[in-house]
Design a protein around this ligand. Structure first.
Ligand SMILES: C[S@@+](CC[C@H](N)C(=O)[O-])C[C@H]1O[C@@H](n2cnc3c(N)ncnc32)[C@H](O)[C@@H]1O
Length: 261
């Protein structure tokens, strides 16, 4: 748990790197869930509150409890005016600090691949959500190349540098389906959510994406100045940079939802 807390230590930098893209997926995800207003929600791996804000704006919950193992992320989440309704606390998705049947719904945004035992997290969600309640998640399709940072991952590969999260495979659509069904959840459905990530310039891409947080950031933080230049040269040569200098490409996430029996 402390590793995860250290990896995502700065909620403000996270927002620029990933939070804004999570929100774009989150809106489509919440449309798809089509949950009634006024529910009591649990959010796992809430991080800096990027998705929490969308959840509150979109689904008008009665209450939101949100947990994450990173104090740095939670500190930023607590400053978001639009997430004031939520109660943010330190916690691990694999051992939820809540009694059985405490919530109407549980959601986890971009977190399942960071959890060492995703099946435990799904079982915990099924325990704390009431019968009939919704359990859902979305995660970039990492093996399929759906990450907004996929160009950085390809550049790492060209430089002989590998990186991964603890449970990359849990982001596959079939893996999500199996996790939900194995937990005994009903009416399980999956889908792909596609978004466009866009930057005004190569410099903005670098300021947003080459930051020392998250798993890619841990690799970048250890690079020499020469390696950083090599990384940038590879990205400049391979990113789809338009004539006006802007950059846009597709990122895609897999999502799953089901109901507690
Ligand atoms: C990519 S961030 C996602 C943050 C936010 N939900 C979003 O959509 O932008 C992944 C988050 O998972 C959290 N995390 C890592 N291990 C966890 C665990 N065992 N239980 C709950 N959250 C965890 C990290 O601290 C981090 O904030």
């Amino acid at each position: 748990m402390s590793d995860a807390g250290q990896m995502f230590s700065d909620g403000k930098v996270y927002e620029r790197m990933m939070g804004r893209w999570s929100k774009r997926v989150g809106v489509q995800f919440l449309d798809w869930l089509d949950a009634p207003k006024g529910l009591s929600w649990l959010e796992l791996g809430c991080g800096n509150g990027a998705f929490t804000e969308e959840l509150i704006a979109h689904s008008a919950p009665r209450a939101v409890s949100a947990i994450d193992p990173s104090e740095g992320q939670l500190a930023f989440a607590r400053t978001r005016p639009a997430a004031r309704l939520a109660e943010f606390r330190l916690g691990d998705a694999q051992a939820l600090p809540f009694p059985d049947r405490s919530f109407d719904a549980a959601a986890m945004a971009l977190a399942i691949s960071f959890i060492p035992d995703p099946a435990k997290a799904v079982a915990e969600m099924a325990r704390v959500v009431r019968p009939g309640g919704i359990i859902a998640t979305y995660m970039w399709d990492i093996p399929g190349g759906g990450l907004p940072l996929a160009p950085v991952g390809r550049a790492f590969k060209a430089m002989g540098k590998e990186y991964s999260r603890t449970s990359d495979n849990a982001s596959r659509r079939e893996a999500m389906q199996t996790l939900w069904q194995s937990a005994g959840l009903q009416a399980v459905e999956t889908r792909v959510i596609r978004i466009t990530v866009n930057f005004t310039s190569f410099d903005e891409f670098c300021e947003s994406s080459l930051v020392p947080i998250g798993p890619a950031g841990q690799v970048i933080a250890k690079m020499s100045a020469a390696e950083t230049e090599q990384l940038k040269a590879h990205l400049r040569a391979h990113l789809p940079i338009a004539a006006d200098g802007s950059i846009a490409y597709e990122a895609f996430a897999n999502a799953v939802k089901g109901r507690v029996p």
